[in-house]
Design a protein around this ligand. Structure first.
Ligand SMILES: *Cc1c(COP(=O)(O)O)cnc(C)c1O
Length: 385
């Protein structure tokens, strides 16, 4: 039903230049990179070139880039891998994460607590969902196995001060992981500037294919492999490499990082127009997340007394594909944990709306959306009453 896509935080279409780069690797250069013969060598060369490309744009070394099947897998490998290694090497048993993590991080951390006996502690966030470095400093312990804090939040767009938090963790000898999956298209992912030991990305959030991701693992960071088998990916992730997708991700990452400035310049005024007009025209609505320190394509709100799921359905009927914060797609709506952690009450948190723009979004589409939204919200409030 929707004709206008405003949900680029959920996923992005594959850039045509990316698709063109991928295609020969399905049929012509199809070898297994582990094979000795020429077919294998060609595939291996493509694999290592892709690794070098990603490493270059992260300011990392090629042997610090591990390919995975998605952003979630990168998060899983980082958390479970680093936690189990830290326990084995230094008896560390304490995990620190923020309450505004993606489920790929929070559910992994909860499993580590419930099944493996780790002590899991959540860092407080401010009303914008931001973690402050001094809070991290106050919670770090000698037996902290790992700290994991999202770089840019998928739900509310806020950006965390990862370079400062990273410097703190490094001084205390505790590894820091950041989930940068949402940031790939919009922020510089320079691991040295960010001061991180582990960083997750996923290609489909930056105009690459779904089903491929990477984990940056700083040299000297200890990880227990999560998928065992052949010795692929420095022994950290067994399985024959998905060459077309990896080649596609490298191309997508390079394009996203290289074209970032012009995309950002285009997106910020569009985003700010949405934020400005929504707050001005719609009563009892708030911006969620930080007003300025947020992703350039990201506008997110809560509206008092609105059923977020019904709102999304009405918007879909009206022709617009948006998202909300609530994880539940059917049945009883539950307010999102992220919004609750920021101190929003249920009455507000259930009425969340996320509008995320992409490089293909036009000014006309934004204008059409802003034309329709106030009436749709007005109607969904009446229905609820
Ligand atoms: C999308 C997303 C993920 C999961 O990535 P997949 O590649 O879809 O598994 C993890 N973290 C954040 C912040 C995301 O936005």
């Amino acid at each position: 039903m929707s004709k206008i896509y405003l949900d680029y935080a959920a996923t992005t279409p594959v850039d045509h230049r990316v698709l063109d780069t991928m295609l020969p690797y399905f049929t012509e250069t199809f070898g297994n990179p582990s094979s000795i013969h020429r077919f294998g060598q060609k595939a291996e060369a493509a694999l290592e070139t892709a690794r070098e490309t990603i490493a270059r744009w992260m300011d990392a070394k090629p042997n610090e880039v591990i390919f995975t099947s998605c952003g979630s897998e990168s998060d899983n490998l980082a958390l479970r891998g680093a936690a189990l290694a830290a326990r084995k090497l230094r008896g560390a048993n304490h995990l620190l994460i923020s309450p505004v993590e993606h489920h790929a991080v929070s559910h992994t951390a909860e499993q580590l607590a419930h099944l493996f006996g780790f002590e899991l502690e959540y860092l407080p966030v401010d009303r914008y969902g931001v973690v402050h470095p001094d809070t991290v400093a106050a919670h770090l312990r000698p037996d902290t196995a790992l700290v994991s804090i999202i770089l840019a939040n998928n739900e509310i767009g806020s950006i965390n001060p990862i370079p400062e938090i990273g410097a703190l963790c490094r001084a205390r000898g505790v590894p820091l992981h950041t989930d940068a999956v949402q940031a790939g298209a919009h922020l510089r992912l320079d691991v040295r500037a960010l001061n991180v030991d582990l960083m997750s990305i996923g290609a489909h959030k930056f105009y690459g294919p779904k089903g491929v991701g990477a984990l940056y693992v700083r040299e000297g960071t200890h990880l227990v492999p999560m998928q065992t088998g052949g010795g692929q990916e420095l022994g950290l992730r067994a399985g024959t490499s998905n060459i077309p997708y990896i080649v596609g991700m490298a191309m997508a990452f390079e394009l996203a990082q290289r074209e970032m400035e012009s995309n950002t310049e285009y997106l910020i005024p569009l985003r700010d127009r949405i934020i400005g007009q929504v707050l001005e025209e719609i009563p009892e609505g708030h911006l969620t997340g930080h007003p300025t320190h947020r992703l350039p394509n990201h506008a997110s709100f809560v509206f008092k007394g609105v059923d977020g799921n019904a709102l999304l359905t009405s918007l879909d009927v009206a022709g617009f594909a948006c998202s909300s914060g609530s994880a539940c797609k059917t049945g009883l709506p539950e307010p999102s944990e992220v919004l609750e952690a920021m101190g929003l009450t249920r009455e507000w948190a259930l009425g969340s709306l996320r509008v995320t723009l992409g490089k293909e979004t036009t000014k006309k589409e934004v204008a059409e959306f802003l034309e329709v939204l106030p009436q749709v919200i007005h109607k969904s409030r009446r229905k609820l009453a």
